[in-house]
Design a protein around this ligand. Structure first.
Ligand SMILES: Nc1ncnc2c1ncn2[C@@H]1O[C@H](COP(=O)(O)OP(=O)(O)OP(=O)(O)O)[C@@H](O)[C@H]1O
Length: 652
């Protein structure tokens, strides 16, 4: 039993610990020394212990109905089978012990000529039946659990993926939700069954325990009392160290995460180049070793202390048991108890002790699983913040592409400063606008708001005169072709990488090839071993590794594959060579024809080709106009333009 104050309290404690200096401030340079983990001091009186136990039992048990529902959803048949088998296997140890007593009594009766050998045969047959049932129920439980595990993992993973695909972007970008999401995706799928297994173990142990005690009461109430009291010392010690181990797992988890991170820095291909170049391998390995040693030392101390304590208390239980066995043996000699009773007590003492231990293991298992499940339910209960309005406005058959930002202000959740501050500008249908500005000026944020990945904290964004929040965001996004700075490199074929830009045309090879031509990557793809059907990326056998620029062209082709009235490109040529960039921008007029196009670029040679240029400075619109207008104004844009031009011309 965990003598704690419920899992919220544990989380609160954990949070408190993390803030303290128990964890190195930095995973890469901080101290690797972790102060001893010990649960906070709490009143030790019986009443407060009981109160704490009640809270933790209530917290743990409250998680059960949800898990039962989940198990039922995964497979009603398997749920019924596993519950019935558990009930049966809870009773079997008691029946086995009773049959052993019957057998012994019938043997003694036959020796003393009070019974017949036929009775012995019948009891032996009965014993065979019980033992056979025990092994069959064990086998059925194993199969049912394996199948249920598969089904439940699928059910939970499906729910997590389904929910994650609906959630707003801010959820993925927040550091707090990151942990929840990671746990929900990685840990939670196997937790419901663990919880259910623990609950069933609890039920089975409780049945064995109470039926054994009931049986002993019938034979001898004193025996029942002794069997009940004997395991208590071992139980107390187990609960004390069980709680400590559990507590330590939580305190150590940030350290374990750091160790995982250090290990990944050395073993992951993406980091390998830099780790080798800077000669960091030895340093990371050494830090990993130091953290590992501290972590091991803590675990070792706890394991040894826990083992010494539980063994000593356990010996006390064994001693009590042995004294009682002696007493019973003497009672049997005196003829007040039968030999069968003696056998029954011996079996009962073992069964009661192991069922008490089973109760403990089951409860602490449930307690721990409940913490993880709590995270899962918290994740599943998160409501998407960006969704369709109650009555979404239908899109007209043609979207003109008139965009207007009206006093748009936006601050990222948890940020102090606004990323966009009172931004107002207008883009005429079909116009091409380049967005420029220093790093962090708010350019990408502007695009994210236009795609409704975030909603403005103030002001309005209008598309053809309608606030984009009046539309269903899914429908809005169908009208936007976009490529972000951190585009995805899908581990799929070249055709799939492009086709994913428009699911309706996933297999439209003609259009895919046309999009590749527009992005200037068709020639490269045709040179691949299997052309458009060549797998890209290293996850595949015989997958082709592309260069950064080649990947960017594929991502561009994906954006072009969607024939949408709005085209948004965030630094579309950052990885392209000068010629490829020039070719793309000379085609952009044609590509952008009939669409409203916005692109971000830091290269002014490409920026000047836009019809109008929007200069952002610290989240505000600093300048907006044609290249000629902004150059004539001689302000921020002109300065940046001159700066770049001079850099190119300086050495001529
Ligand atoms: N997910 C986020 N959460 C919190 N703040 C963010 C987030 N993304 C960006 N910011 C902050 O918002 C500001 C604007 O970022 P944004 O990415 O829009 O700049 P940018 O103009 O596109 O810069 P760059 O040219 O470097 O790509 C920056 O100060 C950045 O730190």
């Amino acid at each position: 039993m965990i003598p704690g104050g419920g899992f919220e309290a544990l989380f609160a404690r954990r949070g408190g610990r993390r803030a303290a200096a128990t964890v190195p401030d930095s995973g890469l340079t901080g101290s690797a020394d972790i102060p001893e983990a010990a649960p906070p001091e709490r009143p030790k009186g019986l009443r407060s212990r009981l109160a704490r136990m009640r809270t933790s039992v209530a917290g743990t048990v409250s998680g059960l109905p949800k898990v039962a529902r989940l198990t039922w959803q995964a497979s009603p048949v398997l749920t019924i089978v596993i519950t019935l088998i558990t009930l049966l296997s809870g009773l079997l140890p008691t029946v086995t012990a009773y049959v052993a007593k019957l057998l012994l009594d019938s043997v003694v009766a036959a020796i003393q000529h009070r019974g017949s050998t036929t009775d012995i045969v019948w009891v032996a047959v009965l014993q065979f039946g019980v033992l056979a049932l025990t092994s069959i129920s064990g086998a059925v439980t194993t199969v049912a659990q394996t199948l249920l595990q598969e089904r439940m993992t699928l059910t939970v993973r499906h729910q997590v993926m389904d929910h994650a695909s609906e959630l707003h972007l801010a959820y993925f970008e927040g550091s707090e939700s990151y942990d929840t999401l990671r746990q929900a995706a990685q840990e939670a799928p196997r937790r419901p069954l663990s919880m259910m297994t623990s609950a069933l173990l609890l039920l089975r142990s409780a049945i064995t325990f109470s039926s054994m005690i009931a049986l002993l009461v019938v034979v001898s109430p004193v025996l029942a009392l002794v069997a009940l009291l004997a395991p208590i010392p071992a139980f107390i010690s187990q609960s004390k160290y069980g709680a400590r181990t559990f507590w330590q797992t939580f305190v150590m988890s940030p350290i374990k995460r750091r160790m995982d991170y250090l290990s990944s820095l050395v073993t992951t291909d993406t980091y390998a180049k830099e780790t080798k170049l800077f000669g960091l391998g030895g340093y990371f390995v050494d830090r990993f070793r130091k953290l590992g040693e501290v972590s091991y030392e803590r675990q070792r101390k706890l394991a040894v202390k826990g083992s010494i304590s539980s063994t000593s208390w356990g010996l006390l239980s064994t001693l009590t048991g042995s004294v009682m066995a002696l007493y019973i043996a003497l009672e049997a000699v005196a003829g007040r108890l039968t030999l069968g009773d003696l056998a029954l007590y011996t079996a009962a003492a073992t069964a009661v002790q192991s069922s008490v231990s089973g109760l403990f293991t089951a409860f602490s298992g449930m307690y721990e699983n409940n913490l993880y499940l709590d995270t899962l339910y918290k994740f599943l209960a998160t409501k998407p913040q960006i969704g369709p309005p109650t009555a979404p406005r239908p899109f007209p058959s043609t979207v003109e592409g008139h965009i207007e930002f009206r006093e748009v202000t936006f601050t990222y959740p948890g940020a102090d400063e606004a990323a966009l501050d009172g931004v107002s500008f207008e883009i005429r249908p079909g116009e091409t606008v380049a967005v420029v500005g220093r790093n962090g000026a708010g350019k990408s944020t502007l695009f994210k708001l236009l795609c409704r990945l975030y909603d403005p904290t103030g002001g309005q964004i209008l598309l053809d005169g309608v606030d984009i929040r009046d539309y269903d965001p899914v429908e809005l996004r169908k009208r936007i072709s976009a490529m972000f700075q951190d585009y995805v490199t899908y581990q799929g074929t070249a055709a799939e990488n492009i086709g994913l830009g428009d699911l309706n045309r996933l297999e439209d090879r003609e259009h895919i090839e046309e999009s590749a031509r527009r992005a200037g990557t068709d020639e490269r793809i045709s040179r691949l071993p299997r052309g458009y059907d060549s797998p890209l990326g290293r996850w595949f056998d015989k997958g082709v590794s592309l260069s950064g620029g080649e990947w960017q062209k594929i991502a561009l082709a994906r954006a072009f594959h969607r024939e949408a009235p709005l085209l948004i490109l965030d630094e579309p040529t950052s990885a392209l060579d000068a010629q490829a960039e020039h070719e793309l921008f000379s085609r952009l007029r044609e590509l952008a024809s009939g669409r409203t196009t916005l692109y971000i670029s830091h290269r002014f040679s490409t920026v000047r080709q836009a019809e109008r240029i929007l200069l952002l400075e610290k989240g505000k619109v600093a300048e907006y106009g044609t290249h000629e207008e902004l150059m004539a104004a001689g302000a921020g844009y002109a300065e940046l333009f001159e700066l770049q031009a001079q850099a190119y011309l300086a050495d001529r």
